[in-house]
Write a protein that binds this ligand. Structure first.
Ligand code: FAD
Length: 550
């Protein structure tokens, strides 16, 4: 029977649930001004949100606009700070050096040969500093915006670090104000038709909740997609070893390092890496690691050593996760958004991005009637699958280009069997030429073959996923490749070589100069524009050891 799709039921109220609810309500209902569909979100009062997810990518601005957020209000409500880049420390060698992957960089001319030119130069300054001012702007601790709403001459792309718990609360308030129905209850049963379509969910505080389209946002529990719809999970652990994180918060009340870095720092450790994300009240830190290569006590010690000598008493929390992707993000009348649909370690802050991508894509493909479900699911699954594989390759590359040999973990991640076939093909191609835009149009990498048996299911596209550069194009690949000294040894200057010095683009030099004169330090901007407390660096406690992040 062909029925209209009018009622969407979202189960779960973490970032995934509230992004989806607020976005659909913004995009399809004009935030309540022109209601086309009913959106109900049911959230457990007992199961806590995962509440990590502190760092985002610039796509967040689009989401905030559609849900009707005001930037100042949003930043105040979520303790947000600016993020302009990710800095990777100790990834190539364990020597304290690092490189940036900033959000803005220049594209000189229609064809970008900056990578090739830099590679053939003396490489006496980091590649990124030849094409982007933002790595330097981040290092000199500047906000991407001027005070009192004045416009800086360049548009510096940015995202935010924020408190994920407060972010979900903020979106909840916007969504509920715009007419989304919010039910606090535990979903106890999923009721399906004979053909497997979900008709309603039962809850412990009232009547069954009926709907036309159901969205599973129950996090790792995945009570709709995994438990009821029985959709299998593609496991990525062959390529990404990390399976847990030990996390802690370090409030500025106890210790303020003197600045609020306008970037995320990811520092490689013996069996993974530590994220360091500053909000307006604290630094959130987490050691993403592989339980096979380091035990929990050692991991905790590494985390506390990173923080410095004052931190033994801090509470830490262990979060286990599985890396991979649900084989279908949408099946019949059920979609999985957020952790219920999959997860890739947050090295490039992709968790919230994937929730946004699902919400945006669903809004665009929203089926009018039940007989459109299969067509829209086919297209949706293709988009989400491609993006997962794109992210898998990109994160995999951060590991496989390392030259660290100081632990079994680092020796193992560099082995061929732990590098995806497609990434191997890309790297082989980029040994022939530096990455350019054209590399992402299709999968024409020599020698690339992908065998993936997903035949027989009409909702599944039999073509292998492609990297359409939807999230990262050649410029991002170059940030990592040249940051990790890809092909460096091959191009090392030999006696008699007459290589040119590396040169920053004039536009980059000019932007750095203006930024240092006009942009305020990040913490000053947060203090003056948002009322962040004027944290004092304060006296160091007895026995304090200078931590490596300072
Ligand atoms: P959760 O936050 O787990 O929410 C699940 C919801 O389902 C909760 O509201 C819960 O109450 C509800 N629920 C569960 N069972 C029931 C039930 N029976 N009935 C009703 N409701 C139920 N992403 C980033 O973008 N940047 C990062 O820096 C980042 N860091 C991360 C670090 C780690 C270690 C991990 C694990 C994830 C990280 N992520 C990050 C991912 C990000 O946190 C998640 O993608 C995002 O928060 C979405 O989570 P969620 O809403 O799917 O799940």
């Amino acid at each position: 029977m062909n029925n209209e799709i009018k009622k969407v039921v979202i189960v779960g109220g973490g970032s995934a649930g509230w992004i989806t609810a607020a976005y659909l309500n913004g995009a399809l209902n004009q935030r309540g001004a022109d209601p086309q569909i009913d959106v109900t979100l049911v959230e457990s009062p007992d199961v806590p949100r995962i509440s990590v997810g502190e760092a985002t990518v610039p796509s967040i601005s689009h989401t905030l606009e559609v849900v009707g957020a005001d930037e100042t209000e949003f930043m105040k409500a979520t303790d947000a700070t600016f993020k302009q880049s990710i800095k990777y420390v100790n990834w190539l060698e364990k020597d304290g050096t690092g490189y940036h992957h900033p959000f803005s960089r220049a594209t000189p001319g229609p064809i970008d040969f900056t990578g090739r030119r830099w590679m053939e130069s003396q490489r006496d300054i980091p590649y990124m500093e030849t094409v982007s001012a933002q790595a330097v702007i981040s290092e000199i601790d500047r906000a991407p915006k001027m005070l009192q709403g004045q416009r800086f001459e360049r548009n510096l792309k940015y995202a935010y670090h924020f408190d994920a718990q407060l972010f979900a609360d903020y979106l909840r308030d916007l969504a509920v104000d715009g007419g989304v129905e919010h039910i606090l209850a535990n979903v106890t049963k999923v009721n399906q038709s004979e053909a497997g379509y979900i008709q309603s969910v039962s809850q412990d505080r009232g009547d069954d909740i009926e709907g036309d389209l159901f969205i599973d946002c129950t996090g790792f529990k995945s009570i709709l997609m995994e438990k009821a719809m029985d959709v299998p999970f593609d496991d990525f652990s062959q390529w990404l070893f990390c399976d847990q994180a030990i996390v802690a918060n370090f409030p500025y009340e106890d210790f303020f390092p003197g600045t609020v870095r306008p970037y995320t720092t990811c520092t490689a450790q013996s069996a993974g890496w530590i994220w360091d994300t500053p909000t307006m009240t604290r630094r959130a830190i987490g050691y993403v690691h592989s339980s096979k290569y380091v035990d929990p006590d050692e991991a905790r010690n590494e985390l506390l050593a990173y923080q410095g000598g004052i931190s033994e008493d801090y509470e830490t929390r262990l979060i286990r996760f599985k890396v991979g992707q649900r084989q279908k993000a949408w099946t019949k009348n059920c979609l999985a958004v957020g952790l219920s649909g999959g997860f890739i370690e947050p090295l490039e802050s992709t968790g919230i991005y994937l929730c946004e991508l699902a919400a945006v894509t669903l809004a665009e493909l929203f089926p009018k009637t039940t007989d459109q479900l299969q067509t829209m699911a086919f297209r949706f699954n293709r988009i989400i699958s491609n993006r997962y594989y794109e992210i898998l390759d990109f994160i995999n590359m951060h590991y496989c280009l390392s030259r660290r040999t100081d632990s079994e973990f680092w020796r193992d991640v560099q082995k061929d069997e732990h590098i995806t076939d497609r990434l191997q093909a890309k790297l082989a191609f980029w040994r022939e030429k530096a990455p350019t835009r054209a590399d992402f149009e299709d999968q024409a990498f020599m020698g690339f073959e992908f065998h993936f048996d997903r035949s027989g299911d009409p909702e599944i596209d039999p073509r292998p996923p492609t990297d359409s550069a939807g999230l990262w194009d050649h410029q991002s690949y170059e940030a990592i490749l040249w940051g990790m000294d890809f092909r460096g040894p091959e191009f090392a200057t030999k006696p008699g070589d007459a290589r040119q010095k590396a040169r920053a683009l004039p536009f980059v030099l000019k932007t750095i100069q203006s930024a240092s004169q006009q942009l305020p330090p990040h913490h000053i901007w947060l203090h003056k524009e948002l009322g962040m407390k004027p944290w004092e660096t304060g006296p160091r406690p007895a026995g304090w050891i200078k931590p490596p992040y300072l």
